[in-house]
Design a protein around this ligand. Structure first.
Ligand SMILES: Nc1ncnc2c1ncn2[C@@H]1O[C@H](COP(=O)(O)OP(=O)(O)OP(=O)(O)O)[C@@H](O)[C@H]1O
Length: 307
C-alpha cells in the first residue's frame, strides 16, 4: 500500500483550477518534495490530502483511507504543519506541546516521556520554559514540528516549513526530518528552496495546478536538454555580452560571478570559448562541464525545454 495516492485530484475556485488533475503516488517512508512557484497549487494539494478541503473532483487516499470520505479518521494518521501553524506566543515551549497533546487526547500515562522525547528530538530542551513568541524563526519551526508530531503520525505534511529561516537552522531542521525518515515516517514537504528539493527522494514540479514532472532529483536532471558549461573569467559581465554575441544558439546566463552556457554541443563550445576570450583580452580562469542543478532543470521545464 502506498502512503499517498491521488487520482485526477482537482480543485477549482470558481473558474480557476488551483489543482488540475493531479495523479501521483508517494511510497511509505518516502520523503517527497512538492515544488512550484507561488500560487502553483501546493498548499491546496496539501489541504485536500490532509482532509481539510474537499476536492472539486478526483480522489485521494492517505494510508489507504479516502481523504474526503474518511477525513476524520485520516487526522489520526497525519501531522500537518501549515504555513501559519498555530503556536501560542504567550505560552512556553512546553505549554505549547502540552496544548497539542490535549487536542490530540494524548493519555496522561506516558505523556511526560513523550514530551521529553519531542523536546530532545527538536533540540528544544534548553528552551522549554521560553515563551514561543521569544523564539527565533528556526526554533519556532522546530516547535511547530514537535507539536505536529505529538500524536506520532505516520504521514507528515509540511507546508514551506523553512520559509524565511536562516541557512544554519534550515540544515538543522532537515537533520530532524532525516531522523524521522529513519523511523519510517512518510514526509511530504513543499519548498521554494531547490537545494532542499534536491534532498528529497522524489520531487514533483507543479505549475498552474498541473504536475509537470515527477521523479528522483537525479532522474529529473536528465530531462535537461543539452549540457551546461560553467565559466570563471576576469570580467563576468563583459564575457556575458561577448559570448552572447559570438555564440549563436547557446544560452548564456550569469550566476553570481560565473557564466552558465547551455548548449547541445559542449565539446564544440569548449573548443571555441578560449579563442573568443583571448581575442577580446579577457582572462579565462576556468571552463568546465557541470551537472545541472534542479533550478536549471525547472527553468528549462517551465520554458518548455527551450532554454
Ligand atoms: N480559498 C481560496 N479561494 C480562492 N482562491 C484560492 C483559495 N486558495 C487558493 N486559491 C488560489 O489557488 C491557486 C493555488 O494556490 P495555493 O495556495 O495552493 O498555491 P501554492 O503553490 O501553495 O502557493 P503559495 O506558496 O503562495 O501558497 C492560487 O491562484 C490561489 O490564489
Amino acid at each position: 500500500m502506498d502512503a499517498i495516492k491521488t487520482d485526477n485530484l482537482t480543485k477549482r475556485f470558481d473558474a480557476l483550477p488551483a489543482v488540475d488533475g493531479l495523479t501521483l503516488t508517494v511510497a511509505k517512508g518516502e520523503l517527497f518534495g512538492l515544488v512550484g512557484s507561488d500560487g502553483a497549487g501546493k498548499t491546496t494539494t496539501m489541504r485536500m490530502l490532509a482532509g481539510i478541503m474537499e476536492p472539486t473532483s478526483g480522489d485521494a487516499w492517505v494510508m489507504g483511507r479516502h481523504a474526503a470520505r474518511e477525513a476524520e479518521s485520516i487526522k489520526e494518521e497525519i501531522g500537518y504543519m501549515s504555513q501559519r501553524f498555530g503556536l501560542y506566543p504567550d505560552l512556553t515551549v512546553l505549554e505549547n506541546i502540552h496544548f497539542y497533546a490535549d487536542i490530540y487526547g494524548l493519555p496522561q500515562k506516558g505523556r511526560e516521556a513523550k514530551v521529553d522525547r519531542l523536546l530532545a528530538f527538536s533540540n528544544l530542551t534548553p528552551f522549554k520554559k521560553r515563551r514561543a513568541g521569544n523564539l527565533s524563526g528556526g526554533m519556532k519551526q522546530k516547535l511547530g514540528l514537535a507539536c505536529a508530531l505529538v500524536h506520532t503520525p505516520q504521514v507528515l505534511f509540511l507546508d514551506e516549513p523553512t520559509n524565511g529561516v536562516d541557512p544554519v537552522s534550515r540544515r538543522d531542521f532537515w537533520r530532524i526530518l532525516y531522523q524521522l525518515l529513519k523511523e519510517g515516517v512518510t514526509i511530504i514537504v513543499t519548498t521554494a528552496y531547490l537545494d532542499e528539493a534536491d534532498r528529497c527522494n522524489r520531487v514533483g514540479l507543479i505549475h498552474k495546478g498541473k504536475l509537470l514532472a515527477c521523479d528522483a532529483p537525479q532522474e529529473l536532471k536528465k530531462l535537461m536538454p543539452g549540457a551546461i558549461l560553467e565559466i570563471r573569467s576576469g570580467d563576468a559581465r563583459r564575457s556575458l555580452r561577448l559570448l552572447r554575441e559570438r555564440l549563436a544558439g547557446v544560452s548564456v546566463g550569469l550566476f553570481g560571478d560565473r557564466l552558465h552556457l547551455v548548449t547541445g554541443d559542449p565539446d564544440g563550445v569548449l573548443a571555441l570559448v578560449p579563442d573568443i576570450m583571448r581575442q577580446d583580452g579577457i582572462d579565462l580562469f576556468d571552463i568546465r562541464r557541470i551537472e545541472p542543478s534542479l533550478e536549471d532543470v525547472f527553468v528549462s521545464v517551465l520554458s518548455g525545454g527551450k532554454e
